[in-house]
Design a protein around this ligand. Sequence first.
Ligand code: NAP
Ligand code: GDD
Length: 339
Amino acid sequence: MKMRALITGISGQDGAYLAKLLLEKGYHVTGAVRRSSHPETTRLQKLGIADDIEYVYFDLIETNNIIRIIRDSTFDEIYNLAAQSFVGSSWEQPVYAADVNGLGVVRLLDCIRTFTPQSRFYQASTSEMFGLVRSTPQNEDTPFHPRSPYGVAKTYGHYITVNYRESFGIHASSGILFNHESPLRGSEFVTRKITLGLARFARGEQVPLALGNLDAKRDWGFAGDYVEGMWRMLQQETADDYVLATGVTTPIRDFVRFAAEAIGIELEWTGTGEAEQALERKTGKVVVQINPRFYRPAEVSLLLGDAAKARAKLGWEPKVGVRELAAMMAQADFDNWPA
Ligand code: NAP
Ligand code: GDD
């Protein structure tokens, strides 16, 4: 009998990589997609797996829809990756973020409790919960202080996962994942915005790339490595919470430099604050400039994860470092331009 997995958020970056991994392991994969006039399967097509998945229409804010899907199938594993995942827009739509990223988790967990308590559950939690960090590096014991409506909602999602594990014995694990990226990353997240902007510049459309806070630091890994960690969490005898991170933190400015170098753009930084710019050394043309529109009402300035527990208990190791990641993404966008 094939193992059966349900992936919510399958049309997203992580959903696509996780589906590929599970298919390679011989799973039957059901992908939960939002109803629209044109279902989103672009990433699954890029990985060549769009036709290998059974699709169900699903929305985390529609309780009866979730009930029907969970009641009518038996899944060995349920991965809840669906979310309004862009931190920046969570200040514009805070109630929606709370509904999907917070209440959506308990809707799903309560259906599991009622209809399929033996299913194993993965919740996509986030380093954004550490927010205004209390100590560095951050691990499973670091207190949370979320800084965005997204982070606040995800913190509820984390604790309700822990609570359903403790209250009802559900095999529910929460993966506290630090930023992970790939050529399939959404174009509004800073890494992909950078690699797309640099590819556009290198291909001759020399429009400056406008960014916000270049001083923020992130612990960036490769999404393909992180989905392996999700799967490993659900193979453990008992459910638990795990940080996945690389243990290296990098300012946005350096990610720009790594990506630019990979496609042959040498940068020279000038100015400070809102007047800061990156010029192409060879031509003096502006490659990057600051637009305060991309500053956030409250910033997460530094994230640096300690994944010692995942290393020890799951045998999980990230394989791709930040320079290699930036080069992989920049090269992919350069090769595929126009995107
Ligand atoms: P992503 O590319 O933005 O994908 C999000 C997915 O959620 C999409 O498939 C989207 O569907 C779906 N979705 C949004 N609202 C929904 C709703 N109301 N009902 C059902 N599905 C909905 O995000 P990702 O980078 O793959 O991240 C996966 C998960 O990990 C998210 O929960 C995110 O918050 C979390 N996370 C990500 C990172 C990271 O660095 N990538 C780090 C920590 C945690 P549409 O295609 O229809 O929009
Ligand atoms: N998006 C964006 N656009 N961010 C910018 C920009 C810009 O033009 N300029 C600077 N930044 C800074 C942001 O202020 C933030 O400090 C950092 O770049 C990273 O922003 P994002 O790439 O949007 O990611 P994030 O860290 O806010 O959130 C991602 O990682 C979380 C895990 O820590 C998302 O994937 C979340 O879903 C995830 O939970």
